[in-house]
Write a protein that binds this ligand. Structure first.
Ligand SMILES: Nc1ncnc2c1ncn2[C@@H]1O[C@H](COP(=O)(O)OP(=O)(O)OP(=O)(O)O)[C@@H](O)[C@H]1O
Length: 582
């Protein structure tokens, strides 16, 4: 039997399982706990025939939100209006609901006690959470039941690019009538190749699926499903428990790369442009001069249109690269999405540690009139990330061999200046927030002051190890005052003086959507809790009653609002409001 046939045999008899996010997974049975929650909300996972699962998620979220809200409103709102409101929340047009919210608030009938206000915030959070889960559920149906999962399920399309650790290809799920072999070249629209597959370069880890998974576990953090191969059944419980320990759950989020699955498999033959672009990463079987191992990890992601670095760059006729800045509002929206993504990962005990504009992918889309909408921004490339099950994001730093993360030029001062010692730790709790402050410069001026100048002297304007806050370059005068102050605050040298990503995201969300009277920098009194709640209710209603976010704003804007509502807390909103008063 040839080696290749032997490998194929081994593969076809192999079993697969996924880590806890897809517990008990056997070839093709997608069963994620977080999706089971959604299934419950749909009524036992059966769903209603003819109604999409996302739509059902919307309906459920609306119904729950409506009933919890209505149960809290005193009876001085007519029952007829109440019934109409419930109908509208469930079936569409939200105008009567606004009338209802307005009327009930005007008559002071909405609860005002502090604990009940927090309770209502909790209900808003859980309604929006259901909505997110419904969307994530719809995105995850990649494999059909009883399908044997492997890289053979995909057709590779054009080569997208490479970094230091991986090559990225367009890809699509193989259809039964597809011609076998990755032989398609040229630039293909996303409709044909909706996925991007990241093939990691594996030079050092032997061709064993479990060892590869273990070594490259960080890359898989956002994956909704992890598939690995085991060769005999007795090994399964041990392997599962090791993967369970090593893995943490990073739930899907609109500002985190959508990663369908991660799988270890053999490097396939005939990858487009492999011999010219990544010859050294290929195994000897495919290139006699290659250094790669036969097997590696593949990450199956949604395919995005570009990254932020490329988006901010325009190719001039003479071949040079010019800076192309977006409109101010778009830059603020991109900055807010970046902070929402960071807030999400930090809240789940993950520090990215390698945030830079080429690790931020963008989804570009057009509105109904063919005008470009605000792009959706996602964080990607978790290869350098650090995750801490305790959630404190403190890394013991006993020796200088401890890996500090990504590019030293872009490390926060507390990371680059940390010194090892018996009880020393590196504090990553706000290092991604610092990186967001540096990236904000790129959004508003086209240049990150801590990045080495491209093509020029190779030196950066500022050194994160030694800079002084007063040396931070001024931002253009048209950047809103609160955004300028926030960028400076994020770049404070001391993490104790720096806002968390969550607080910074709250400040920007208030700047974008709150009544302007609250966010003027004057000594006016802060809004009362019930005023804040009135506003939150209106926003929640708008998100829940705007089917599939198809309203006046772009999808990215609705997603931003719902990310905010998904994690709101009254006390944090008060803290964010006080930032405007400083
Ligand atoms: N899902 C995707 N859709 C479209 N393009 C992508 C996708 N993922 C990555 N890319 C492109 O490929 C490039 C390299 O990807 P990535 O940064 O993940 O590789 P890497 O080898 O880990 O990079 P680094 O050198 O920063 O470690 C990205 O900058 C991006 O432009």
């Amino acid at each position: 039997m040839s080696v290749r046939r032997a490998l194929i045999k081994l593969w076809s008899t192999a079993k697969f399982f996924a880590r806890p996010r897809a517990q008990g997974y056997h070839a093709g049975t997608v069963a994620l706990p977080k999706h089971q929650i959604v299934a419950k909300a749909f009524g036992g996972g059966e769903g209603r025939p003819g109604v999409s699962r996302v739509q059902q998620g919307f309906d459920t979220a609306r119904r729950i939100f409506a009933s919890s809200l209505l149960s809290r409103v005193t009876t001085n709102v007519s029952s007829e209006l109440r019934n109409r409101t419930t109908r509208q929340l469930l079936f569409g047009n939200s105008t009567p609901f606004f009338a209802f919210v307005g009327l009930s608030l005007a008559t002071g009938s909405i609860i005002t006690k502090e604990d009940e206000l927090e309770g209502l915030c909790m209900e808003i959070r859980s309604s929006i959470e259901r909505l997110h889960m419904a969307t994530a559920e719809a995105e995850s149906d990649l494999f059909t039941p009883n399908e044997t999962v492997g890289i053979h399920n995909f057709t590779f399309g054009p080569y997208i690019g490479k970094g230091a650790n991986a090559a990225i290809y367009c890809a699509k799920k193989k259809e039964n009538n597809d011609v076998p072999g990755p032989d398609i070249q040229g630039h293909m629209p996303r409709g044909i190749f909706p996925f991007a597959i990241k093939m990691m370069f594996n030079y050092g880890v032997q061709s064993n699926a479990f060892l590869i998974m273990n070594k490259m576990a960080n890359e898989t953090l956002p994956a909704r499903m992890i598939c690995t191969q085991i060769e005999n059944e007795e090994e399964q419980p041990a392997i599962e428990s090791i993967i369970n320990e090593a893995s943490i759950s990073l739930p899907p989020h609109p500002n985190i790369v959508s990663m369908h699955s991660a799988l270890a498999d053999y490097v396939p033959e005939g990858l487009p442009e492999a011999l010219s672009e990544i010859p050294e990463a290929l195994p000897v079987r495919l290139n006699s001069g290659g250094f790669g191992r036969n097997m590696t990890m593949f990450l199956v992601m949604k395919r995005y249109d570009t990254n932020l670095k490329a988006y901010l760059t325009e190719r001039a006729a003479d071949g040079s690269n010019n800076i192309k800045l977006p409109e101010m509002r778009e830059s603020v929206l991109l900055f807010t999405q970046l902070l929402e993504g960071i807030a999400h990962i930090n809240r789940h005990g993950v520090a990215h540690r390698d945030l830079k504009s080429d690790n931020l992918l963008l989804d570009l889309s057009m509105d109904a009139d063919g005008r470009p909408e605000v792009p959706r921004l996602v964080l990607t490339d978790f290869g350098c990330s650090f995750h801490d099950s305790g959630g404190s994001l403190l890394l013991p730093f006993r020796t200088r061999h401890t890996d500090r993360g990504g590019n030293p030029a872009l490390m926060a001062p507390e990371v680059i200046n940390a010194t090892p010692g018996q009880f020393a730790v590196i504090d990553y709790s706000k290092s991604d927030a610092w990186a967001a402050g540096a990236i904000a410069y790129e959004l508003f001026t086209g240049r990150n002051p801590f990045s080495p100048e491209p093509g020029g002297s190779g030196r950066a304007l500022l050194n994160s190890r030694t800079y002084l806050e007063k040396d931070l370059p001024p931002l253009p005068s048209d950047v809103p005052d609160v955004v300028t102050r926030l960028v400076y605050a994020l770049l404070a040298r001391s993490p104790n003086k720096r806002p968390s990503a969550e607080l910074a995201a709250d400040v920007l969300q208030l700047h974008l959507w709150a009544p302007s009277a609250w966010t003027k920098r004057v000594d006016s009194p802060l809004p009362s809790s019930s005023e804040v709640l009135q506003w939150l209710l209106t926003m929640t209603t708008k998100v829940l009653t705007t089917d599939s976010y198809g309203g006046r704003r772009s999808q990215a804007e609705y997603q931003l609002i719902s990310s905010f509502l998904r994690r709101i807390k009254l006390e944090r909103i008060r803290a964010a409001l006080s930032f405007f008063q400083k």
